[in-house]
Design a protein. Structure first.
Length: 395
């Protein structure tokens, strides 16, 4: 397997097995393990709606076209696929990407798409001086559902990272601002301190305005960013102290939900409203890092939820379910573990711990929310895209 594809999601996983295809049709999720009822069958199933995308990294619905999904492949390709008939086409190919160790990590459509026909892609690229993490914008020519990419422009890039803590998530907020996640630029054996450096964007979520520019920047700095007027801090920063944030989403109340892949012990689910420092690499989870040491944690924000590596090992952030097909999940944040394939649901506003939706046995690298509020997941190794259904609804 190509190392960077899965290291982008979770640094240095020991892969003992890959998720197996269930075939086209619904496959019930297994009962929960740790933290769940291990005897009652899960009422949910994963139904394959598209396949043939090995090493996919992200999936997004095509705005205004509910039968189509856009799919990013680690090797630098963005495509579309119909979930009705399986037809597909290529939108973007980044030719300079060496697909053995680089690629697209995440992407997002402009919130006014297709009236504003821009798409934003977050990808990594190796250069002689080190890895580059870049956000690219391009326009989409007319097509059904999407034409070819044109007018490509670099929006933002960071230089000098090591290969696998790049983050990569992109999401637009209800305010029209783009939120982008960057990892700490290090590795498991060589974590960096850049997450705590206010002059670096590594280990941060940034918030920028893609509809205007500020000075020489290709983007604008929102005046209400938490550090926009503070000397000695990059004004793009929205939240800091992150290790390898793998997926962002916007909660119904407008908060930013950040899934941050952990190091030695803890996976984190963080909620940001602007200005939070989530502690890495001074802290991991709600304790000091390394474990058993003392640290200066004043002013740092502990996760809303964390789970330890004995339970699973690599978080994939999700979304608050807003659909009609699965009323038991409505209003709950659904997320997963990449290595184990466990899926959970939790109330972001409540005190109850997450409950297990089921065990998928898959490597779930991304979770997408369509316009109807239904959830899709992507299995990086089988190359399948699956919809979360109820047992009665699965074919």
């Amino acid at each position: 397997m190509r190392a960077a594809a899965w290291m982008a999601a979770c640094a240095v996983i020991a892969l003992s097995s890959c998720g197996r295809s269930t075939g086209v049709g619904g496959a019930p999720l297994s009962p929960g393990g740790t933290g769940g009822d291990v005897t009652t069958p899960s009422p949910f199933a994963l139904t394959v709606v598209a396949d043939g995308f090995p090493l996919l990294t992200d999936v997004q619905p095509v705005p205004g076209q509910p039968s189509f999904l856009a799919v990013a492949i680690n090797g630098g390709v963005l495509s579309w696929v119909s979930i009705d008939d399986g037809s597909r086409g290529e939108v973007l190919r980044i030719p300079e990407i060496d697909e053995s160790k680089e690629g697209i990590l995440g992407f997002a459509f402009h919130p006014r798409f297709p009236a504003d026909d821009r798409v934003f892609v977050h990808y990594t690229l190796s250069e002689p001086t080190g890895d580059v993490t870049r956000i690219l914008s391009f326009r989409v020519s007319p097509g059904t559902p999407l034409g070819q990419a044109r007018d490509e422009k670099d929006l933002l890039e960071l230089h000098g990272a090591l290969p696998n803590h790049n983050g990569g998530a992109l999401v637009f907020g209800p305010d029209g601002m783009l939120y982008a996640a960057f990892g700490d630029g290090g590795t498991d054996v060589a974590p960096t301190a850049m997450s705590q450096d206010p002059l670096e964007l590594w280990g941060k979520v940034v918030r920028v305005d893609v509809d205007r520019s500020s000075g020489a920047l290709a983007y604008g700095i929102p005046a209400d960013n938490p550090f926009a007027s503070r000397a000695g801090v990059r004004p793009e920063i929205f939240a800091l102290g992150l290790r390898n944030p793998w997926r962002l989403s916007i909660a119904p109340d407008g908060a930013l939900v950040i899934a941050d892949v952990g190091a030695d012990a803890w996976e984190e689910l963080n909620v940001a409203r602007g200005g939070e420092n989530f502690g890495w690499n001074t802290m991991e989870g709600d304790g000091c890092y390394p474990a058993g040491t003392a640290c200066a944690s004043t002013g740092m924000t502990v996760p809303l939820h964390q789970y330890e590596h004995g339970q699973a090992a690599c978080i994939t952030g999700g979304h608050v379910y807003q659909g009609a097909a699965l009323p038991a999940l409505r209003g709950l944040y659904v997320f997963a573990d990449y290595e184990r394939g466990t899926m959970w649901a939790m109330d972001l506003a409540g005190d109850a711990p997450p409950r297990i939706v089921g065990e998928s046995g898959r490597h779930l690298v991304t979770i997408a929310l369509d316009a109807a509020g239904e959830l899709y997941v992507g299995d990086i190794f089988s190359g399948e895209i699956l919809r979360l259904d109820g047992i009665d609804a699965a074919p």
